[in-house]
Design a protein around this ligand. Structure first.
Ligand SMILES: [Zn+2]
Ligand SMILES: [Zn+2]
Length: 705
């Protein structure tokens, strides 16, 4: 694999293949003895390479070419004499069944050339222009030469026909120039044995891939490995440790710098000009960075390393080769775990590239949304697919999350000015909301810790998001406010401060790997310490799980949410206090609700709350049933009934229309069969939500009619 752009050899995996429409040209090569037949037709996608042809090969089984043994052909345009050879590797099905053989510019032809002792004629310069072996085509680029050769073949009557043909074009992964099979002297590493070892350690689970499906790719690649071309004709890189002798012509290979030839002791030696493939140098990275070949303190302490974290695109370039080199030189695996992450794609999950114009500049993202929000987005985006779907919206959403954390922390800090965190929490008689948040925090610690251990970073990030926003900020901070009143019971205030401090500090530590900057800033203010949060201890579980508190809170939260929902459906302004009546079906629920009456009153904006198993529904009230608990909100004096009824009817009609549209879309047969499953799922969810909202509105309409 020669890149005429970089003018160096490349390894197989540095070539990227691309499908393209092309042509297949049928060219007649005449017999030397023109009196006996018209010659043989060969087919090729690259007519200019005929300048390097040194034979025509056919399959010995092919009836069409029987009795041609020993015949000579003439290469059109150049008049070179070509032998007709029989080789069983020739594919009779391809083209005309006869193969032009270009040993210097085709890997398969190279083998045929070796087998049959053919001439190897290199027709290209290093930049893939035609050299002196190309006769009058010398100096043309390969593309110019192709045109000119075709013109001349046509003129000479050699071109039999042209067919459409799909080509697989290899391009340089660095500069995208078309790769040229090119005869040059290069250094290779024999891979079979190295690969076998590298497969063995993975099969024996000495190295584990996360996610585990990458193991299969790794093994498959090693299974089919070919020798690795490691010499490059470029300037930068480690030079090959090879010295050529000017006297005897032999080579000296050594790790030091030799002063003489190891064969004839001549001092006339010169180091090879080639450098190593940069991936060769990188393959030594796990141990060369630790002082190898010396096995000093660093090497002893850190080798083998624990986790390698990298993208899937360099699994073969880098990961597999590090494993091979480590086993070869240190006789140990270089690392025990390989965490493979996806690459960042655009919103549709496609690769970012400059030519597509869908590239996101990380510095720009950080400037606009903050580094924490950007980092958190990258972690929170789902893994599994090769490209994560990255969009501004997600980062914007997480910027709001960072702001939420900042604001909540400011609230906490404001209320902790007189608080000393040294004391212990008096667990006895602890109020329900504290017991609840401690229990929720406890399960967060367990979950995030496990997610980190199992490399499930996005799950960890999402759990943190749910807890901080959905529980700590939305509920706990609201519930805790009454206990913080400076004029209230000092013991009660201390308990609230203690829990706030404890939960916030622990949550910051859990959040720190996901958003390092804002958590450090808040931590410094919260603790008054000078040590970084980075070296603080990771939160531990402290057996604060409290099922009972969670169940009680769950009931209270459902009721509060339901009342808030009705308020918003009936457009009751937040300033307006409502009367609330609650009728529980069971005694135990009655007890819970009565005990925590203040939570409900504070969080729904009620002027009064009546809880009774025997109360009857007041006329003209909105109502709802939650977990066997009936809720009534008298509407008289709160909303203008007639106006509200009209509004509800028209809102319900709008919903009906929307629902119709969604239903229509879903029922279309082509939607069912052709739409991607996630879109179908989304539409179905939308339909369900619309139906529920409509049901609720219809109930509200009934209540005000
Ligand atoms: Zn290149
Ligand atoms: Zn020598």
């Amino acid at each position: 694999n020669w890149c005429p752009g970089c003018q160096t050899a490349l390894s197989d995996i540095e070539v990227e293949y691309q499908e393209r429409e092309g042509k297949l040209y049928y060219i007649r090569y005449p017999f030397k003895n023109k009196t006996r037949g018209k010659g043989v037709v060969v087919a090729t996608t690259r007519p200019e390479t005929m300048l390097g042809d040194t034979a025509v090969a056919v399959n010995p089984q092919d009836e069409r070419f029987k009795d041609l043994e020993g015949r000579k052909l003439l290469l059109p345009l150049l008049g070179r004499e070509l032998p007709l050879i029989y080789d069983r590797y020739v594919d009779s099905e391809f083209g005309s069944g006869a193969l032009k053989v270009t040993p210097a510019h085709d890997a398969n032809d190279f083998l045929i050339g070796k087998e049959h002792g053919l001439r190897f004629i290199n027709i290209f310069n290093k930049d893939a222009s035609i050299n002196e072996n190309g006769g009058k085509y010398q100096g043309l680029t390969r593309y110019e030469a192709r045109k000119k050769v075709l013109q001349d073949l046509k003129k000479g009557g050699y071109l039999e026909k042209i067919e459409d043909y799909d080509l697989r074009i290899g391009r340089c992964y660095r500069c995208t120039t078309e790769i040229e099979p090119y005869l040059s002297t290069q250094w290779f590493i024999r891979m079979k044995d190295l690969a076998a070892e590298a497969m063995r350690v993975v099969e024996k689970k000495k190295i584990e891939f996360i996610p585990s499906f990458w193991k299969k790719n790794y093994l498959q690649w090693l299974e089919n490995i070919r020798d690795w071309c490691i010499s490059r004709q470029i300037w930068w890189g480690h030079r090959l440790p090879i010295w050529h002798c000017g006297d005897c012509g032999k080579i000296t290979v050594t790790s030091g710098i030799p002063s003489q030839c190891s064969h004839c002791t001549s001092p006339d030696i010169k180091q090879d000009q080639d450098v190593l493939d940069t991936w060769f140098s990188s393959s030594l990275w796990p141990f060369s960075t630790l002082g190898w070949p010396e096995q000093g303190e660093k090497f002893e302490k850190f080798y083998p390393t624990s986790v390698l974290c990298t993208g899937w695109d360099i699994l073969f370039f880098w990961v597999s080769r590090m494993v091979m080199m480590a086993l070869k030189f240190t006789h140990q695996v270089p690392f025990h775990k390989v965490y493979i992450h996806p690459l960042i794609g655009d919103e549709r999950g496609e690769k970012m590239s400059k030519s597509r114009g869908n590239v996101v500049d990380p510095l720009d993202m950080m400037k606009r949304y903050g580094t924490d929000a950007f980092r958190f987005s990258l972690v929170a985006l789902r893994t599994g697919a090769p490209y994560v779907r990255f969009s501004d919206d997600r980062v914007r959403g997480y910027r709001n999350f960072v702001n939420k954390i900042w604001n909540a922390s400011r609230f906490v800090l404001m209320n902790l000015e007189d608080f000393k965190p040294e004391g212990r929490l008096q667990e006895e008689g602890l109020e329900l909301c504290h017991r609840w948040i401690l229990s929720r925090y406890e399960s967060l610690v367990r979950k995030v810790t496990l997610d980190m251990e199992k490399f499930r970073f996005s799950e960890g990030a999402n759990s943190l998001y749910q807890f901080v926003w959905g529980e700590f900020c939305d509920w706990y901070i609201e519930l805790v406010k009454p206990y913080l009143v400076p004029t209230g019971d000092p013991k009660s205030r201390y308990r609230a401060q203690w829990v706030l401090h404890y939960v916030l500090e622990g949550t910051l530590k859990l959040l720190h790997p996901f958003m390092p900057f804002v958590t450090e800033e808040i931590y410094q203010r919260l603790s008054g310490r000078r040590d970084s949060i980075m070296i603080s201890s990771w939160p531990k579980e402290e057996a604060r799980e409290d099922r009972e508190a969670e169940e009680k809170m769950s009931l209270l939260m459902k009721i509060i949410q339901e009342v808030r929902m009705i308020r918003s459906e009936m457009r009751i302004s937040p300033q307006k206090k409502i009367e609330l009546l609650i009728r529980p079906s069971h005694e135990d629920k009655l007890t819970i609700l009565k005990q925590h009456k203040s939570y409900i009153i504070n969080l729904v904006g009620a002027s009064s709350l009546l809880i009774d198993r025997d109360l009857s529904r007041p006329p003209g009230s909105a109502s709802s049933l939650v977990d066997g608990v009936e809720i009534f909100i008298p509407l008289r004096g709160i909303v203008e009934i007639e106006k509200e009824r009209k509004r509800l009817v028209s809102a319900a009609n709008d919903l009906k229309k929307k629902l119709m549209l969604v239903k229509k879309k879903i029922s279309r047969p082509e939607f069912k069969t052709k739409a991607p499953p996630e879109v179908v799922e989304k539409k179905k969810k939308e339909e369900k939500e619309l139906r529920m909202r409509l049901q609720r509105l219809e109930k509200r309409i009934e209540e005000v009619s």
